[in-house]
Design a protein around this ligand. Structure first.
Ligand code: SAM
Length: 455
């Protein structure tokens, strides 16, 4: 989409590190936006004849540029969670995580504070498979989309919560890594979100800056001594970027962390005026990606520690365990619990963390939903079909694209000679969901509220 930017906005950027007015306005007014995806390491890579994959994103090994923008809605493997459509600059979080944990153990407990719709959380889930990840979103109406994207991604080590930043005061010194991808004035996404251009104003930048300070004031205390904070925005404005970095150092005495970058990436390294914090600016006239700012800090001061609750997760009776067991891989790694009639599998190794978060925050999704037990049978849950917990012994059928789309629209499918019972529908070896093959028909179990409505 070609856009003319307001003069007041352009004027406000004058003098910013790396800002080149003519190139910047030209890339907004005369060029097409870039499309990129991040592949899911838990799932088979989609075939290139289905997805126009071009180059790898330089700072993220699983990031791919696409040579054309496909209809994600009409791509079955998108619904199977084989990739996440994500703007390339923001995938730099992957590079930071790899750099800071290059020479030390990965973080145990991770918080993604402003998580919806789930771009950074799915990235963290892939980059840190051995960590416990709390994916939080304050706005209730955005949590459903976040949970759906986490379910599709198929990880078992992410818990979704719906809490205000101030609720994290109950968890002092708890997290080893905290990502604050703060709500901002959004100028970095003007090429993708044209409506945002009209909402931009100096007053809104100021309002966002104050809100960012409030969010950080409420949550920095939950960072452990030695823990890292990654702060990012999709705004170009200094008040939301370098000035916030200076403010973090003034208020909380965190140490700025410099990250190694390859000069060929054309990311602009900036140094904040007062406290010399290093930050990284992404301009769409320099990188293949949208506008983005990111900085990293370390908590080097002593902090009060909250060690968490030691409650046990209440496990389901043996009979339920034996019904679900044939559906799961690595059954012994999981605690099986029965929550509001849905059987959930949670990693045993995170039992204390799950108890702590459940006792302190408003949990919206935890572990992987396995299904509902009815008599001696399990009605398997959609989340199980999309997760890596699913046993390889469950029958599966690879569908042609037309049938895969029919399945995702929840239309009737016709099969002959298929084995009767619960069966996984796949496209290109990527699981899409459940169907039940009966003697005279096939029942489509794709979740009604997830179905494709587009023709
Ligand atoms: N991290 C997300 C991703 O990668 O998909 C994008 C996050 S978006 C930039 C900022 C998020 O902050 C939004 O989901 C928004 O609902 C949330 N938010 C808005 N006001 C907030 C507040 N006062 N405290 C915390 N989060 C807030």
């Amino acid at each position: 989409m070609q856009q003319v930017l307001p003069q007041s906005f352009i004027d406000s950027l004058a003098g910013l590190p790396g800002f080149e007015k003519d190139k910047f306005t030209d890339v907004h007014e005369n060029t097409e936006q870039v499309t990129s995806i991040r592949l899911n390491p838990l799932k088979p890579t989609p075939a290139t004849n289905d997805l126009p994959v071009a180059n790898t994103v330089p700072w993220c090994g699983s990031g791919r540029y696409l040579s054309a923008r496909p209809s994600f809605t009409l791509d079955p493997v998108f619904h199977g969670g084989a990739y996440y459509a994500q703007e390339a600059s923001s995938m730099f979080v992957d590079h930071i995580v790899k750099e800071i944990y290059r020479n030390q153990a990965p973080p145990k407990r991770v918080l993604d504070l402003c998580a919806a719709p789930g771009g950074k959380s799915t990235l963290l889930a892939a980059a840190l498979p051995g960590s416990f990840i709390v994916s939080n979103e304050v706005i209730k109406t955005r949590v459903g989309m976040l949970s759906e994207n986490i379910s599709k991604w198929g990880s078992d080590h992410v818990i979704v919560t719906n809490n205000d930043p101030k609720d994290f005061k109950k968890l002092p010194g708890y997290f080893d890594l905290m990502v604050v991808d703060a709500p901002c004035s959004g100028s970095g996404l003007f090429r993708k979100d044209v409506a945002a251009i009209n909402e931009w104003s100096e007053a809104n930048v100021e309002m966002c800056s104050l809100r960012q300070q409030r969010i950080l004031t409420d949550t920095i205390g939950s960072l452990k001594e030695g823990g890292f904070l990654i702060y990012s925005t999709c705004s170009y404005s200094m008040q939301e970027d370098e000035e916030i970095c200076d403010w973090i150092i003034n208020q909380f005495q965190l140490q700025p962390v410099k990250i190694n970058i390859d000069p060929s990436w054309a990311i602009v390294e900036t140094i904040s005026k007062k406290n010399a914090a290093t930050g990284y600016r992404f301009y769409p006239d320099k990188v293949q990606g949208e506008g983005f700012f990111i900085a990293c800090f370390r908590q080097t001061n002593p902090v009060d520690n909250f060690y968490g609750y030691h409650n046990k997760v209440a496990v389901a009776p043996k009979q339920i365990q034996s019904i679900v067991k044939p559906f799961l891989k690595n059954f012994d790694d999981y605690l099986i619990s029965d929550q509001k009639e849905i059987v959930i599998a949670s990693l045993k190794k995170w039992e204390e963390e799950i108890a702590t978060i459940s006792n302190t925050l408003n949990v919206r999704k935890s572990g992987v939903a396995i299904g509902t037990v009815k008599g001696k049978d399990l009605i398997p849950h959609h989340e199980l079909a999309l997760s890596h917990l699913l046993s390889n012994d469950i029958p599966a059928v690879n569908l042609a694209k037309e049938d895969a789309l029919k399945y995702l629209r929840r239309q009737d499918l016709v099969f002959e000679n298929e084995k009767k019972g619960w069966t996984i529908c796949r496209f290109g070896d990527i699981n899409l969901g459940w169907m039940k093959v009966l003697p005279n028909r096939v029942n489509n179990y794709y979740p009604p509220n997830w179905r494709i409505l587009k023709a």
